[in-house]
Write a protein that binds this ligand. Structure first.
Ligand code: S3P
Length: 414
């Protein structure tokens, strides 16, 4: 654990290069390891979560070699294995689905934070399909005894791409299709990737139907991570400066943050859009923002961006409210509690509510010490508030490597 000091910044960069998307990189590692043949994944993230996914897939039998930001992956039939998912819930939940219908015994575990996160949200519907999974009170560690799976029609109780993806991956190895209906359409990276690998999958509105399939490897290029770009966007808006972030993923199930920031007055333009399975382009951000109220259906569409938005709200004159975000309590840490305590340590006027927070922005922030509790997104949100305010010391700030290993060099190095 390394402490990191972020000083008040005098200038921001004109141009940032967006780091590769973590969600898509984890999916590429998992699906290419399961598919027949060889895949080349370009611009793959080398963040901790992706390395954890790669470690699991190698234990299952796949061959994965990294060369800079390219991964060469050769799929293989899976063997029984013990899998350490580290901090990555996406890895743990997607693998639970993928492995439930395969022959073998698979033990899945993770770090202390991941052991605290609910797994019952995937185990329950998988059990209805016929899965045999022993858990520790609905959490990790779990033991999957591979068994025959049937079909399922399931209305997800919380909007979650991880639940949807776990069930789609289980369907690949089952004997009948799985239909998943969501109240709000969550990120659809799994669906897009499966379609490109011969997965028998159809999407109609908020409903996805995935049938048993044989996957074939393919070449994939990972776009930049909009959930990482948000820290640069918020830094520019908090300091009322201008910057360009290149190569940002613009999948419409992830880009709601742009709509929201524009709604609060930010001047954002998008150029050089490349249309592919996962579109991407350059984002230019300038100006500042007005206070905002976010709740309801906005929340699942920008759940990972909320700590950064809370930091930004400290620089918008007036009261901002985030509500309907109880899911934040089940992330890498309790992100309602920890965002509030991080920003309060810097002098922000912020209050915790049951399902969100209230931020009275415009108060001068002070230098302070923040403990992000090992949560990468809290550390990065605190860094934005400190850089735009009077600086911050982040205890164990190196936890940013979970999603964005070069974060501090990017935000401080002008
Ligand atoms: C993710 C889905 C979201 C998100 C997480 C990554 C994914 O989680 O918060 O950071 O890669 O599918 P939920 O599915 O729990 O909402």
């Amino acid at each position: 654990m390394t402490d990191v000091t972020v000083p008040r910044i005098k200038k921001i960069r004109d141009v940032y290069h967006c780091p590769p998307d973590k969600s898509i990189s984890v999916r590429a590692v998992i699906l290419c390891s399961f598919a027949h043949g060889r895949s080349v994944v370009k611009n793959i993230s080398r963040c901790d979560d992706v390395l954890s996914a790669a470690g699991c897939m190698r234990n299952l039998g796949a061959s994965i070699e990294f060369d800079g930001d390219t991964a060469y992956i050769t799929g293989s039939p899976f063997r029984s294995a013990k899998l350490d998912c580290g901090n990555s819930a996406t890895t743990a939940r997607l693998l639970t689905g993928l492995l439930a219908g395969l022959d073998g015994i698979f033990e899945i575990d993770g770090d202390e934070s991941l052991r605290n996160r609910p797994m019952s949200r995937v185990i329950d519907p998988l059990s209805i399909m016929g899965a045999n999974i022993e858990s520790t009170d609905g959490r990790l560690p779990i033991k999957i005894i591979g068994s025959a799976l049937g079909g399922l029609e399931y209305f997800t109780p919380v909007p979650s791409a991880q639940i949807k993806s776990a069930l789609c991956l289980a369907a690949l190895n089952g004997s009948a299709p799985v239909k998943i209906i969501e109240k709000v359409k969550t990120r659809d990276h799994t669906e897009r990737m499966l379609k490109g690998m011969n997965g028998q999958i159809k999407t109609i509105g908020n409903t996805v139907v995935c049938a048993p399939s044989v996957l074939f490897g393919r070449d994939i290029t990972v776009p930049g991570d909009i959930s990482a770009a948000v820290y640069m966007m918020c830094l520019a808006l908090a300091t009322r400066r201008e910057c360009m972030i290149r190569g940002v993923g613009l999948n419409e199930t992830r880009s709601h943050i742009i709509t929201l920031l524009r709604r609060c007055g930010a001047d954002i333009s998008i150029d050089n859009v490349t249309e592919s399975d996962e579109p991407y382009g350059d984002i230019r951000v300038r100006g500042g923002v007005l206070p905002f109220e976010i709740g309801g259906e906005d929340i699942p569409l920008l759940i990972d961006e909320l700590p950064a938005l809370a930091a930004l709200a400290c620089f918008a004159n007036g009261t901002s409210v985030i509500s309907g975000a109880e899911e934040l309590r089940y992330k890498e840490s309790d992100r309602i509690k920890n965002t509030v305590s991080a920003l309060r340590a810097l002098g922000a006027d912020i209050e915790e509510t049951g399902d969100g927070m209230v931020i009275r922005g415009g108060k001068q922030l002070l230098f302070g010490t923040v403990d992000p509790k090992g949560d990468h997104r809290i550390a990065m949100a605190a860094a934005v508030a400190g850089a735009a305010g009077q600086g911050v010391l982040i205890s164990g700030g190196d936890c940013v490597s979970v999603s964005f290993p070069d974060f501090f060099a990017e935000v401080s190095g002008v």
